[in-house]
Design a protein around this ligand. Structure first.
Ligand code: B3K
Ligand code: ZN
Length: 889
């Protein structure tokens, strides 16, 4: 496949001012007529080049220029383009094409699903609907007319406002929509379907009444209410926090079960995976509810960060995604517990983005090249992109950040811009120089901070030396130093924060961002390869609390003693770092245990660790905030994936054995405490997904999981009873996720009962597949293979694929990385099958091979063979080709 480079960007030679689309939906095809008002880009004059339109799988029926049909020799057509060599400077171009939505298994462009027709255009799907200049810096006004059978497709929807509709005989009807805002083609959407509709209204702060509508599969209105509340919360929040109001009279969300990713922010007509809309206490877990809140908010926030101001080109994807994830995170922090949200975000970043940054697909937040842009909807662009925005927020401070946002919209509303434009607005609004900071957009890899310290009791000076480095990544052997905001505090012997006075503090010119002189958390600007910071008036040697709140996406190395970690765990005023200290302790313990195991010795668990866990459970003073949600997180051991990343050569069996052993030792030592906490955190009354109740359930279910680790039949019985008696999916699923790991009669009984009860709820069936795919039992792969034949599974449905195959390959470290290579072979088989149907999803699955070089020679040989087999498959998509060639490269 051909590589596209950022450095080759040139503005479009032609622009489309308006598009009038007419889409006629028939039983086995659709006919799409489009009229484009085109003119040469005035900024590109003089220009004489041909007019080139993108098109993919379109059967061209006719093409007219200014009303005159073009003869065969007046245009050229290839598999991806329609080229018209001779055109006036302004023209009307009309094309008629035929497409086949029922055969569209890629789910890009216009496709058929159970209840009707849906679209997905980002990033390059619009060209699968009609010929167009399909790039985000071409922004046009859209008018869309849809024709379809009235009984089968009663709702005909598109972006903007409904301006006319009617019947047209033979049981058919039509509707015409007009979007008042010019938009890039990737934000186009249409739906023709039989659905149920939930309606509500929202009065914006300037007094405008907006109609809100959520469309779901017939019969599922009772599952749409939570998403509607989420939408209203998000609308209010964006007004309060960023002063941003809805700019439309009508805002629609449509849920569809066949969808490649989570959701899509099409202007005024969001299309969502059912997973992020439908919820009811008996079928959705606390986490599902939380995800709905966040995804609904995310797509809504895109209306300003993405739609009103969009991306110049796809290399700038993080301009909208990083910023919108950041906004979504802040919304989450305001709606739920801020520290717990932060912990989950960092856990997720480390589980997905850090390995990406250390593997063959490593790329900067603004990539410099791609073969297939769909492969770059990554953790780096999204999550690291959000961290980069967060660092700007930290460096310039909250007020300046808001000013920067205001300036960004003042300057760029209605434009397609770059990440540089965003940073420039932040710099101009704050007066903080962000020149060096911008390297975060262009250099890949996770920087490492090596920190050492020295305390001099005679002068009461405490000196920190910080060295930064960044490992090489593909195409980037050397890195320049980053501008890293390092938030930190110093704890005294009693666990109290020490006021921080830095040598060189200038009281007259305090830093713009967080942390003024004398405060107990300061943000150090690390900009050099090596730098020292001296703190004054430090009465005794402190324990440093480094990278508070995870102020930068970096690794911090500092030689903490167990004692120091226990001190931070008990006293740090920064809850994130209290959690972090526990995770560090557990990771060290497991890594040491792995070395011991290899030497034939059992794991030794120090009393300090068990004691800290016990105090967390009891919610002892100092171990606060007495927040059960926090305790649940702090009691969770680091994932096997995370531990693997900390090893030179990964030994998945040893990781699994030692981590499981540690859980068992803890469970045996603290059996009474876990039992007690399990009983103490029962949540009375009817289910509610609110943060406090969810936190109690999380802690309680964590306790249940530990109790099961004792393998005491009574504990497994307890899990089974919880499964059977739960009145909500959170508790039922927690119990099932425990039972799945143990070869006991309760396991089979529960799985069977669960399927029998829920086989008609696709989203619950997804949970059933996932819980089996992630079982630690040795025959899991065999079971997963059998499940691919089960009527509950369909390789054509992305949710099913992610729940079974995706969950096995990314969520079952020990079984996927089996020494005999069977897991790798299975994944290769599935990627090859799926690539013929849905290359985007196939490529995503193939990413599970990313880290294959970190394993031993035997596993590497199996992984290489699997990757080569995929690579050598005839007719491979460029999506999968890019992933496997980079993995092998
Ligand atoms: N912008 C979409 C992602 C589209 C991905 C297409 N492969 C969802 C989101 O980030 O909000
Ligand atoms: Zn997004």
């Amino acid at each position: 496949p051909k590589t596209v480079y950022l450095k080759d960007y040139t503005p479009p030679p032609f622009i489309v001012e308006a598009i009038d689309l007419d889409i006629d939906l028939r039983d086995d095809h659709a006919r799409v007529r489009s009229r484009l008002a085109i003119r040469r880009n005035p900024n590109m004059r003089p220009s004489t080049g041909p007019l080139v339109l993108d098109g993919d799988e379109l059967a061209l029926e006719s093409v007219k220029l200014n009303g005159r049909p073009l003869a065969q020799d007046e245009y050229r057509l290839d598999a991806q383009r329609l080229i018209i060599p001779q055109t006036p400077d302004a023209l009307a171009l009309e094309t008629v094409v035929r497409i086949h939505p029922h055969q569209n298994t890629q789910l890009m462009g216009l496709y058929a699903s159970k209840d009707g027709f849906f679209t997905q255009c980002e990033p390059e799907g619009f060209r699968r609907i009609t010929f167009f200049i399909d790039r985000p810096d071409v922004m046009a006004r859209y008018t869309t007319t849809i024709h379809a059978d009235k009984a089968r497709y009663p709702y005909l929807l598109s972006n903007g406002n409904l301006i006319a509709q009617g019947d047209e005989g033979s049981g058919r009807h039509w509707a015409r929509w007009e979007d008042p805002f010019p938009k890039p083609s990737y934000l186009f959407a249409m739906v023709a379907a039989k659905l149920d509709r939930l309606e509500d209204t929202f009065i914006t702060r300037s007094g405008k009444r907006a109609r809100l509508q959520i469309y779901v599969e017939p019969g599922k209105l009772d599952q749409a209410g939570f998403a509607m509340q989420a939408l209203k919360k998000a609308m209010k929040w964006d007004e309060d926090v960023f002063g941003l109001e809805l700019d439309l009279d009508q805002y629609m969300i449509v849920a569809v079960g066949d969808f490649n990713m989570g959701a899509m922010e099409n202007k005024g007509l969001n299309i969502f995976n059912t997973k992020y809309v439908l919820a009811r206490p008996d079928i959705a877990t606390d986490l599902d509810f939380q995800h709905i809140d966040r995804v609904v908010a995310h797509e809504y926030f895109h209306n300003w960060t993405g739609n009103r101001v969009t991306c110049r080109d796809w290399f700038q994807l993080s301009l909208k995604e990083g910023l919108t994830v950041f906004r979504e995170q802040e919304f989450g922090a305001d709606m739920y517990s801020r520290p717990v949200q932060r912990i989950c975000e960092v856990r997720h970043l480390r589980a997905t983005q850090f390995p990406e940054d250390a593997g063959p697909m490593a790329h900067p937040v603004r990539p410099q090249s791609y073969m297939e842009i769909s492969n770059f909807y990554t953790a780096t662009v999204y999550e690291k992109g959000a961290e980069v925005v967060r660092m700007i927020h930290t460096l310039i401070g909250k007020e300046n950040f808001r000013k920067g946002m205001d300036l960004y919209f003042r300057r760029h509303d209605g434009q397609a811009v770059t990440c540089d434009d965003f940073v420039q607005a932040m710099q101009d609004a704050s007066g903080v120089d962000l020149t060096q900071f911008k390297r975060w957009y262009d250099q890949a890899g996770t920087p490492v901070l090596d920190v050492s310290d020295h305390y001099d009791p005679t002068t009461q000076r405490y000196t920190l030396t910080v060295k930064q480095s960044c490992p090489p990544t593909p195409g980037q052997p050397e890195k320049l130093p980053f501008h890293i905001p390092l938030a930190l505090g110093l704890l005294d012997r009693d666990g109290q924060d020490i006021p921080l006075w830095l040598e060189g503090d200038d009281a007259a010119h305090p830093p713009a961002g967080d942390g003024a002189p004398g405060s107990t958390t300061r943000v150090l600007s690390v900009t050099q390869p090596e730098q020292t910071f001296t703190f004054l008036r430090v009465p005794a040697k402190p324990v440093p609390s480094l990278l508070r709140g995870f102020s930068a996406p970096v690794h911090v190395r500092y030689p903490y003693s167990d004692q120091a970690l226990a001190h931070l765990m008990a006293h740090d005023s920064d809850p994130f770092n209290r959690w972090e200290a526990g995770q560090r302790m557990a990771t060290d313990l497991i890594l040491k245990g792995i070395a011991e195991l290899k030497a034939g010795r059992d794991l030794v668990v120090p009393e300090s660790f068990v004691g800290a866990m016990a105090r967390l459970l009891k919610g002892d003073e100092g171990y606060g905030p007495r927040d059960p949600a926090f305790a649940a997180e702090a009691l969770s051991l680091p994932d096997e994936n995370f531990i693997a990343e900390q090893m030179e050569v990964v030994d998945p069996d040893a990781i699994h054995a030692v981590r499981t052993r540690l859980a068992r030792i803890l469970a045996e030592h603290l059996r009474d405490e876990f039992s007690h906490a399990y009983r103490a955190h029962a949540v009375p009354g009817p289910y509610s997904p609110d943060a406090a109740s969810a936190g109690k359930r999380a802690l309680r279910n964590r306790c249940l999981a530990y109790l099961a680790e004792t393998q005491d039949p009574q504990a497994l019985r307890l899990a089974f009873v919880q499964f059977e008696t739960a009145d909500n999916m959170t508790d039922a699923m927690a119990a099932l996720s425990i039972l799945t790991h143990f070869d006991c009669p309760e396991r089979e009984q529960a799985l069977e009962a669960f399927y029998a009860r829920w086989k008609d709820e696709p989203l619950v069936v997804d949970k059933w597949l996932r819980v089996q795919a992630t079982s630690r039992l040795p025959d899991t792969l065999e079971k997963v293979k059998r499940l691919t034949e089960h009527p509950a599974f369909s390789i054509k449905n992305p949710n099913k694929v992610y729940s079974l195959i995706g969950a096995f390959s990314t969520g079952n470290h020990v079984r996927f990385h089996a020494a005999d290579g069977a897991g790798y072979q299975f994944l290769a088989d599935q990627v090859i099958i799926l690539d013929k149907l849905n290359p985007q999803v196939a490529a995503r699955l193939a990413r599970a091979f990313d880290r294959w070089r970190k394993f031993d020679g035997g596993r590497q040989a199996h992984a290489r063979a699997a990757l080569e087999r995929i690579r050598d498959t005839a007719g491979l998509s460029k999506d999968v080709a890019e992933i496997v060639t980079k993995a092998l490269g």
